[in-house]
Design a protein around this ligand. Structure first.
Ligand code: FAD
Length: 429
């Protein structure tokens, strides 16, 4: 049986492609029938006739806001499958990595929207339920529960993403997170009026954001327990070039220090660091990492590690439920980047349409979007067992990591980035 629906009330109103008729499935398990009947009572005859004529064969219920590749691949394989998408956000399509440049480009969160929810639903012929939270999954009856309403699925894809971690310190309620368009929109007034900003976390996202804020003329302080920026991605000898550039661009680095508390003052917020020093600021952002969003999967009894564990066809421990993106754990790894999600989407589209396919993840390029000194890296770039060869020139840097004399990773910057594809090829050979 299929996904689609049985929603018992018109609230929230889904965006539905005109060709896709909501089906009430009368073969639902008995305990779902009251919902189905209530919904059927709300349908006019015309819709019911159409429903009977257009009985769909199978369907998926998907939660995610950025599924272009999956939807595109699915629609290429099958035009007819009813697809339903439920998301807590507004359903507009945006490119999350562009959050890194909103401030310097003088944009607003709304400028990130590429395609509106209704256009998106129409383009991929989906039933889209925006601003709707899935509260529970019931694998036995193959239903998801949203605020008392039940939706039946044939196959379910979880793409619930990850949540930005906020440290549990005094005054943590003052911290902003920028892990989605919605979070950015909520933080926008504070960021716009902030003359001083503290960023906690010098990882990929924190570093990109402070460089952008400094470019926009905002005085920023970057705080991290590690002694160098991007310390989870590369050794300090390799990140040093970017770090020096950040200092030259006016970013105040407070490295080797943690944030211990935040306190409101008459003129803003006082951030106290682990060495006892204090920084006066107007806004504090947490970018200390992401926690895969596994709450639903956990309560549904799926196997969880750090993320939702999936096999090489993106299937969870329940044969009818799949997971994709930041919430998924593949081969004991969580990969919160777009390229693995993109490759996973192609494999998943095949798995959902019953074409056997196994995910193969090649060496992938990670881009650090710091325009004044951009970096690209791939492979294994962290660990004491690596031997590094680092070549600096006026044009940039090419740093190569070797293990037993074999290239196992690299980091390139500026002009050195033209070597990236050749090095990537060597890694894959
Ligand atoms: C500032 C920034 C810059 C980045 N730059 C890059 C980059 O340059 N390159 C790169 O590869 N990656 C980058 N990333 C990471 C990349 O954006 C993410 O890996 C990707 O967006 C994750 O997609 P996702 O669909 O798994 O999760 P998300 O995009 O977080 O989507 C999860 C969706 O699930 C919804 N949801 C969660 N729980 C529920 C529920 N119970 N019911 C209904 N809906 C629910 C959420 O509302 C959300 O819409 C960046 C991230 C940020 C924040």
């Amino acid at each position: 049986m299929l996904f689609s629906s049985g929603y018992s009330s018109p609230h929230p109103q889904p965006f539905r492609h005109p060709m896709q008729i909501t089906r009430i499935d009368f073969q639902m398990p008995c305990r779902l029938r009251p919902v189905a009947i209530k919904a059927a009572q709300g349908l006019d005859n015309q819709v019911r006739l159409k429903f009977i004529r257009r009985l769909p064969k199978a369907g998926f219920c998907i939660k995610h806001h950025r599924l272009i590749t999956l939807l595109h691949s699915l629609r290429k394989l099958n035009q007819e499958i009813p697809i339903s998408l439920i998301t807590t956000d507004d359903g507009n399509e945006y490119n999350k990595p562009e959050i890194s440049h909103v401030i310097s480009q003088n944009q607003t969160a709304d400028d990130l929207t590429k395609v509106t929810a209704s256009q998106f639903a129409e383009q991929y012929r989906l039933t889209l339920l925006p601003n709707t939270k899935v509260d529970a999954i019931e694998p036995l009856s193959k239903t998801v529960v949203c605020g008392g309403e039940l939706f039946h699925y044939d196959k379910l894809v979880l793409a619930t993403g990850a949540s930005a971690i906020v440290p549990n310190i005094a005054g943590h309620e003052w911290m902003l997170t920028l892990n989605s368009q919605r979070e950015y929109r909520a933080a926008e007034p504070a960021l716009k009026h902030a003359n001083r900003i503290v960023m906690l976390g010098a990882g990929l996202i924190g570093t990109e954001l402070v460089v952008d804020m400094a470019k926009a003329g905002k005085p920023v302080t970057l705080v991290d327990l590690a002694e160098s920026v991007l310390s989870n991605l590369m050794p300090n000898e390799v990140s040093a070039r970017l770090q020096s550039k950040m200092v030259r661009d006016g970013i105040l680095l407070k490295l080797g220090k943690g944030l211990t508390s935040l306190k409101e003052t008459a003129s803003g917020i006082q951030a106290t660091l682990s060495d006892g020093s204090a920084v006066e600021t107007d806004a504090v952002i947490s970018a200390i990492g992401l926690l895969p969003e596994t709450t639903l999967a956990k309560t549904a009894g799926l196997n969880i590690g750090r993320g939702i564990k999936v096999d090489s066809s993106l299937r969870t421990s329940d044969p009818h439920i799949f997971a994709l993106g930041d919430c998924a754990e593949i081969e004991s790894k969580c990969l919160p980047f777009l390229q693995p999600a993109l490759l996973s989407s192609i494999t998943l589209a095949k798995a959902l349409t019953n074409t056997p396919s196994n995910l193969m993840l090649p060496a992938m390029l990670i881009k650090v979007k710091t325009p004044s000194l951009p970096l690209q890296l791939a492979g294994e770039t962290l660990g004491e067992h690596l031997n590094w060869t680092i070549n600096f020139s006026a044009n940039g840097m090419v740093a190569q990591a070797f293990k037993a004399d074999k290239l196992c990773g690299f980091v390139v910057s500026e002009g050195g980035m033209k070597e990236a594809f050749l090095l990537l090829k060597q890694l894959s050979s």
